[in-house]
Structures are given as structure tokens and as C-alpha cells.
Design a protein around this ligand. Structure first.
Ligand SMILES: [Zn+2]
Length: 633
């Protein structure tokens, strides 16, 4: 087999005939699992003096004509340096594949773990190589304890995708020039022509939620942040710079949470036993006034990351915490930082809180105009809406003024509304149209829901909290569907419910079936509420909510080959009944990976610490809200 390698190298890299085939250092290590190209490895002692020979090994094997020689040598140097510094083993392997998409790996000898990347926050000064190593880590290459197996760093210079290959499970992942650019790593592309597609998700069962695009085994093709094609598995898999392997998984449009008070996510779960009045007192009289801008930021970022982790790519952040302009800015900043698609729904201040919600005539802060100017681009990833108080909190004159303001500013309106008569009252003052969403709608009459449907009004149901928090009413899921109201699901507040939409889908299903409502409610109906229906409720169904060419690449991959889900008979039912955040492998928004290989690509530790600080502060700043402190917080 060695006889063919010099020719192979010559053929590929022109002047790269550097390999002395008789040199015993070159040992055929394996065949690249995908291309059957030869892979060479050499073992080094894990000492600082061996880093240089490791670099030389790679340089010699690739040859001076190799278009990614500098990057490969730099990465070898960084990874080898990490072995020396961190590895348990006393030796390490460097392997190089001669595949079109060429791969390079440095690993602890005899270990299934890749050398841990140095912590950029540690005592090291970060350079390009360290950035590259860290990028690999964030993209799933170096998380010890997850997906065991050596990881391969790929460099692209041919037509094939660049890859990170785990040799233990033959999963294909990617680090591409694009990924590197995302992390500020310079790349060059002097080699063969790259595909113009940025990414494909391939090998999975695609549920499009678009009647015009068939479900089934297919590849989803992404270019410039958009879905450009859904290619059935019986056709040739398109080329792309980056490949996400969805084998054994379901590929779905990202989920949409249509109503969440994300500013409350740092005070999760303490309110399981609260009724509605207790909750409102805690939220409006104690927590709201105490929240500082940094607390809003911490809570919103944590809530958003939790949402992303569970496959939610779009969140309507129902932010009735506009205490000061800095509070508004903090929430917007957190949504932007999270990477998810967000609708910042501007509410009202929790300063002198009853003034805003008890038969209120108070006019919203003029700062809403400044925030609108800040969020002027309605095509941006984070857009704006009005979180209005509605007739249950305001006099009708104030309701009309709020909604007129929304119209003037070109904002959609989302409004809590549960009581019978509310829809009629709103219609009488002429404010109901397709830009308005009713949150809960539990007590609205069937005639009112029909009126709402006729006017194009949408609804948001928060099934679990409506059933568990006494005073909210009974979920109107079946009645809304029967009336023809476009409906989305929502979490509402993590104070008293779980933050993922799989739970909400199951809660809606259970309530609907238990109530014996005659309107059929299928798994597909539930998934529609969590995706395309929710997108319509958020006013974003022109860009998200389904796997439709032209829409933004807001996509998730949910593992289905697990003991919790397999064997899959019907993918939609399996998703609705058994999916959970731990099965969400990949999440992307506008084609950008936010979670990959089950790992959030975000500064999770900092977010958790900031939220813990906020909770500690709120324990001090409020009275009688929280039960006694527990060990975990
Ligand atoms: Zn709410």
C-alpha cells in the first residue's frame, strides 16, 4: 500500500513529494472512515521537546505545497502543547489523513480523550492557535466526558466537507473555515473550489411543518443563514463546507415560545405551589421593584440559554420590567448575546407597581420610543413588540392609548387576557387585528374566540401553568382550534413551570384529552403550535417556524436513536411524547450553531454564576418570597 502513496501525494499537492516511503516512521494508522484515504500516525513522548518534532511530522507529511499547511502546523503545536501540559498519558499520537478533506488529530496516547484545551481565562495568552483549539472545544471536539472517542480536526482544501471525526462512533462533525471565522480565526482557501453551501444537516428524518415540502429522510441545505433546499435522501447529498450528521435523529424547525417572562428565570421554580394572586404579589410587589439592570440581564440570558438548550430558537420575551432605560437595554442585550431569535416585548415598569396594573390610566414610559429606535430593523434577529396591559389591568382609555401607540410605532401587541368579555371590549374600541396576540384566553367565550379568529387575532396558550397555577383558568387549546384561532405555545414563567416546549406540548395534549374536547388534537397539531403556529403568533412566520427554502436556518436536531425514543414508528408522535432537552443535539439560528453535539456553545458557567448572584441578592432584597435557602442555590 505504501507504494501508491507518493503518487497519491504528487497527484494531490503538486510539489508535495516529500514522503520517503521506506522511512519506518510512517506507519499506516488507519483508513479514513469516510474516504478510505490513508491515515498516518506517529507517537511522541509527552514532553515539551517533542512539540517541535510533532510539527515537523505534520509539515513533512503534508508537504510545502499544502494550502493549509500553516494552520495544520499551528494546530498541531497547540494540541501537542496541551498534551504535554495536561495529558495523563506519557505519550501522544499525531495522525494525518490524506483524504480530500484531510484530517489531523492529536490525542493522548491510549486515551479516548482529546487533550483538554487550555482555558483562555487561565494564565495563557491566547493566540490564533489557542482560539482554534478553543473553537474545536466549543464545537464538540474537546469536551471530556461527552461522546468519548478521539477527535479529528479537519482542514478543507478540496471539495469534500471539512470534518471533525470521532473514530469511535463514526459520527461526522465539522470545523470549517466558516466556523473558524466565527471565532475570529483567519483562514485561507487557496485550494480546490469550496462548495457554495455553508452547511448541510444530513442523515436525519426531516419534519418540515410546511405542507409544500415533504417530510422524510432528507438533507437540509443552508447557505448564508438561510435554508436553500431540502434534498430527499434518494438524491445525491449536496456538498457543503460544514456537515451536521443527523443520523438517527429528527430534524425540525426551531421551536417558538410565544410568551415568557424571561426576567424571572433567575428565580426559577420557587412558585410551584403559588396561586395566581400569590404569584402576582411576589412578581409585581417584591421581585419586580427589586430587580436591577444586571439582574434583568442575568435572568434573561439564563432563560434564553435554557430555551436554546431545549430547542427553542425563537422567544417572545414578555418583559414587564421596564423600570429604567437600563433595564430595557439589559434585556435586549441579553437576547442579542444569546444568539437566539428574540422578540423583545416591551411591557411596563415595576416601579410603583400597582399604578400600572390596577385599573390603570398611567401612560407608558416615553423611553419606548428610544427602544423602538434601537430595535428599528424589523428584519433583525432581535425585534420588538408591545407587551400591553389590556383591559384586566387598565381602563379602556389606557388600553386604546397603548395599542394606538403600538400601531404608531409599527409594533405587534401581545396581551394577557383571560376573562370573558375582554375580546368584545377590545373589539368595541377597534384595536383587534392580526397584529394582536391574546395570552391565555382561558375564559374567553367561544363566540369571542370566533370573533378573534375572524379578525386574525392569534393566541398563546401556556398549558402547564394554566393547569397548575390556580386562578389562571382552563387551557383553551381545543376551543381555540375549533374557532380557527392561530395558536402558539408558551412557557409563561419559569417561576412555576418548566422551560421547555416538549413539556408544554404534552401538557396541552393531556389537558385536551382529559377534558374530552371534541376537537381532534393530533401530534402534528401540537408540533405546529410549537413551530409554525408559534411563529405566526410572533409575527415571524415569513422567516421561521418551518423548514421552507428561503426561510432562516432556524433548525434543531433531536436524537431519536435513544432508549427513550427508539424504535421510532412515527417521528412526530415520538417527538411530542418523548423528546426532551437532553435529546436536543443541535440548535442553530440563522445557520449559526448555538448548541452542537449536545453542548451549548455559550459561556454557560458565567450565566449560571450571574443568575445565582441575582437570586442571592433577591433573597436579601425581598421579604417572604422564597422558601428557606436550599443547598443548590
Ligand atoms: Zn404571562
Amino acid at each position: 500500500m505504501f507504494g501508491g502513496i507518493a503518487g497519491l501525494l504528487r497527484g494531490r499537492y503538486g510539489d508535495a513529494k516529500r514522503l520517503d516511503e521506506s522511512d519506518p516512521r510512517w506507519k499506516l494508522f488507519a483508513l479514513d472512515v469516510l474516504s478510505a484515504a490513508p491515515v498516518f500516525t506517529r507517537r511522541f513522548k509527552a514532553t515539551a521537546t517533542q512539540v517541535k518534532p510533532a510539527r515537523a511530522f505534520v509539515a513533512e507529511l503534508l508537504g510545502s505545497g499544502h494550502p493549509r499547511l500553516d494552520d495544520a502546523v499551528l494546530l498541531t503545536s497547540e494540541l501537542a502543547g496541551n498534551v504535554v501540559r495536561h495529558a495523563v498519558e506519557r505519550e501522544f499520537d499525531v495522525s494525518v489523513s490524506l483524504a480530500d478533506g484531510g484530517v489531523l488529530v492529536v490525542r493522548d496516547c491510549g486515551s479516548l480523550k482529546i487533550p483538554r484545551p487550555r482555558n483562555a481565562a487561565d494564565d495563557e495568552v491566547g493566540g490564533r492557535g489557542l482560539d482554534l483549539v478553543n473553537a474545536l472545544g466549543r464545537l464538540g471536539g474537546a469536551f471530556i466526558g461527552t461522546r468519548s472517542g478521539a477527535r479529528w480536526c479537519g482542514f478543507s482544501w478540496g471539495r469534500r466537507a471539512v470534518r471533525l471525526v470521532s473514530d469511535s462512533r463514526r459520527r461526522v462533525e465539522c470545523v470549517t473555515s466558516r466556523s473558524c471565522e466565527k471565532y475570529g480565526i483567519a483562514t485561507r482557501n487557496r485550494g480546490g473550489k469550496m462548495s457554495q453551501n455553508d452547511l448541510i444537516i444530513t442523515g436525519g428524518h426531516v419534519i418540515t411543518m410546511d405542507p409544500a415540502v415533504p417530510d422524510g429522510p432528507a438533507s437540509v441545505v443552508v447557505r448564508a443563514g438561510r435554508i436553500v433546499d431540502v434534498v430527499p435522501a434518494d438524491r445525491e447529498i449536496p456538498q457543503a463546507a460544514e456537515v451536521v450528521d443527523a443520523t438517527g435523529s429528527v430534524v425540525l424547525p426551531g421551536l417558538v415560545d410565544t410568551h415568557r417572562h424571561t426576567w424571572q428565570s433567575a428565580t426559577r421554580h420557587f412558585g410551584l405551589d403559588l396561586n395566581l394572586m400569590d404569584y402576582l404579589q411576589a412578581a409585581f410587589l417584591q421581585l419586580g421593584p427589586a430587580m436591577r439592570p444586571a439582574d434583568v440581564h442575568a435572568a434573561t440570558l439564563l432563560g434564553a440559554l435554557g430555551a436554546i438548550d431545549s430547542g427553542i430558537t425563537t422567544l417572545v420575551d414578555w418583559a414587564h420590567i421596564q423600570n429604567t432605560p437600563e433595564h430595557s437595554d439589559a434585556a435586549v442585550a441579553a437576547l442579542r448575546e444569546s444568539g437566539m431569535r428574540g422578540v423583545f416585548a416591551y411591557g411596563w415598569p415595576q416601579v410603583d407597581p400597582l399604578r400600572w396594573v390596577m385599573d390603570s390610566e398611567a401612560e407608558l414610559p416615553g423611553d419606548i420610543r428610544r427602544v423602538r429606535a434601537e430595535l428599528a430593523d424589523d428584519n433583525a434577529r432581535v425585534t420588538m413588540a408591545l407587551a400591553a396591559r389590556g383591559p384586566e389591568m387598565c381602563r379602556m382609555s389606557a388600553v386604546k392609548r397603548d395599542l394606538d401607540l403600538a400601531r404608531e410605532l409599527g409594533l405587534r401587541t401581545t396581551m394577557h387576557l383571560s376573562n370573558e368579555g375582554g375580546v368584545r371590549a377590545l373589539h368595541e374600541i377597534g384595536v383587534l387585528d392580526e397584529t394582536v396576540t391574546l395570552v391565555h384566553a382561558c375564559g374567553c367565550g367561544d363566540d369571542e374566540l370566533k370573533l378573534a379568529a375572524d379578525l386574525g387575532v392569534t393566541a398563546s396558550v401556556s398549558p402547564l401553568i394554566e393547569m397548575t397555577m390556580s386562578g389562571l383558568g382552563t387551557p383553551a387549546t381545543g376551543r381555540l382550534k375549533a374557532a380557527g384561532v392561530v395558536t402558539g405555545l408558551s412557557v409563561d414563567t419559569e417561576i412555576a413551570t418548566s422551560g421547555d416546549l416538549f413539556t408544554q406540548m404534552r401538557a396541552a395534549l393531556a389537558q385536551h384529552r382529559q377534558a374530552g374536547h371534541p376537537e381532534p388534537l393530533s401530534a402534528r397539531d401540537l408540533l405546529a403550535m410549537a413551530t409554525i403556529g408559534g411563529a405566526a403568533v410572533a409575527g415571524l412566520n415569513d422567516r421561521t417556524g418551518s423548514i421552507t427554502p428561503g426561510k432562516s436556518a432556524d433548525l434543531i436536531v433531536v436524537a431519536a436513536d435513544t432508549v427513550a425514543t427508539a424504535p421510532v414508528v412515527e417521528p412526530t408522535a415520538a417527538t411530542v411524547l418523548a423528546a426532551h432537552p437532553g435529546l436536543v443535539r443541535t440548535v442553530m439560528v440563522e445557520g449559526r450553531l448555538l448548541k452542537h453535539d449536545g453542548v451549548l456553545l455559550a459561556p454557560v458557567r458565567q450565566a449560571l454564576d450571574a443568575a445565582a448572584d441575582t437570586l442571592a441578592y433577591l433573597r436579601q432584597a425581598t421579604q417572604g418570597v422564597f422558601p428557606a435557602a436550599t443547598a443548590t442555590s
